[in-house]
Design a protein around this ligand. Structure first.
Ligand code: SF4
Ligand code: SF4
Length: 60
């Protein structure tokens, strides 16, 4: 499985990750990206579009 984490102190709230995720794992809440789903497929779209490298996707 893949575990997604957002570094909230780094996130600038641009919303690109939420738009890019094909599985609706990420949602914008109060100008920060939040992880709201648990069926991440590990595509790395979110990490690729994040301009500040705030997202990590790790396989366990
Ligand atoms: S790796 Fe892909 S499926 Fe997982 S949260 Fe990022 S964009 Fe969504
Ligand atoms: S792409 Fe990066 S900076 Fe933009 S909302 Fe997502 S985590 Fe935050």
């Amino acid at each position: 499985m893949f575990v997604v984490t957002v570094d909230e102190s780094t996130c600038i709230g641009c919303g690109e990750c939420a738009k890019a995720c094909p599985a609706q794992i990420l949602e914008m809440q109060e100008n920060l990206a939040k992880v709201v789903g648990d069926d991440c497929m590990g595509c790395q779209s979110c990490t690729l579009v994040c301009p500040v490298e705030a997202i990590k996707v790790e396989e366990y």
